[in-house]
Design a binder for this molecule. Sequence first.
Ligand SMILES: CC(C)(COP(=O)(O)OP(=O)(O)OC[C@H]1O[C@@H](n2cnc3c(N)ncnc32)[C@H](O)[C@@H]1OP(=O)(O)O)[C@@H](O)C(=O)NCCC(=O)NCCS
Length: 339
Amino acid sequence: MAISVTPLDPNDQPTLDAVYRIAVAAQSADEPDLPPPCRRRFEAPLWHPMPGIDTRWSVARLDGVPVGWLRLYLHTLDNTENASVELVVDPAYRRRGVGRALHEHGRTVLREHGGKRMVGSTVTPLPGAENRELPGAAFAAAVGARPALADVRRRLDVTTLDRPRLASLLADARAAAAGYRTVRWGDHVPEEHVADVAHLEGRLLLDAPLGELAWEQEKMDAERIRGVERALDARGVRRYNAGAVHEASGRLVAWSQLSLEASSVQHAWQQITIVDPAHRGHRLGLLCKAENLEHTLSHEPGLRVIDTYNAAENTHMIAINEQLGFRPAAGSTDWQLTI
Ligand SMILES: CC(C)(COP(=O)(O)OP(=O)(O)OC[C@H]1O[C@@H](n2cnc3c(N)ncnc32)[C@H](O)[C@@H]1OP(=O)(O)O)[C@@H](O)C(=O)NCCC(=O)NCCS
């Protein structure tokens, strides 16, 4: 049984097919309640990189057959000593050393690049469901990583969403947010708000709980926001956004985003929600989220579920999500390894 690990050749279609099949098989084994990965998005890093991310994609073969893959995301604009990692082994070929071989390869690439840390996440059982067998945590611990941040994925079942309650939450939030008006947009942020969106996105990591993760503030500006939009356009990701504008200054001071993969009509991700610290305490977080939920539902009649991740200790955001009807669906742990 010979294991080899080599860089993925973007023009090698049979290997790309095999690698995608492994992603689908792993997802249905490890997170069966999520839809299969969107192929267009999956392959996009090969052709349409995100600004500031240099993706190194490698394939593991067992006796010549692709059985696993690693994506190492090297950060080039900020966090240049860090790499995010995705490492997946075909469920039919686990516990044969393939994961370890991919990890060793990733370590070598990171070292050559002058990097110091790898960060990856694994699915973990929710409290009370600890008997569920999930290999990621045991593997991460076996390669020497340390748990750095506990997250919970929460899910909103849109089919049982209490629409009158959503309308009344929104009305209450609007009443509490005198002096602010909401704006909605789709895939591209209006030019007048792009600098404010960059400011909000850039300061997200100053506020979000990071646990033990060594992650610095990301350098965001209007140009990078436009670059991210181009990359998401290429992935076919549909985005819905709502923001709150402070009427006295004209600044966009709160913002929330939902997105759907190109392959998805039933499933969406609740992405970022952030309120500028100077404007907290006016229910702008709830306002933007509830407004955006209505916005998305009005364009996506087939939507059935929305998932979102929060740090387990992010009590504020979790309270808003619970009010909207999100409930825990799975645990997740971010692991950090200093090489
Ligand atoms: C985690 C994963 C990559 C492991 O792949 P693998 O090829 O089975 O890993 P290896 O055979 O190299 O295992 C290396 C060590 O990890 C630990 N390990 C891996 N799977 C384990 C399991 N199910 N139970 C307990 N320990 C486990 C063991 O210590 C193992 O060494 P050993 O077999 O000598 O005891 C694979 O299960 C997977 O793709 N999971 C889903 C994605 C994921 O969680 N990725 C990791 C985070 S980025």
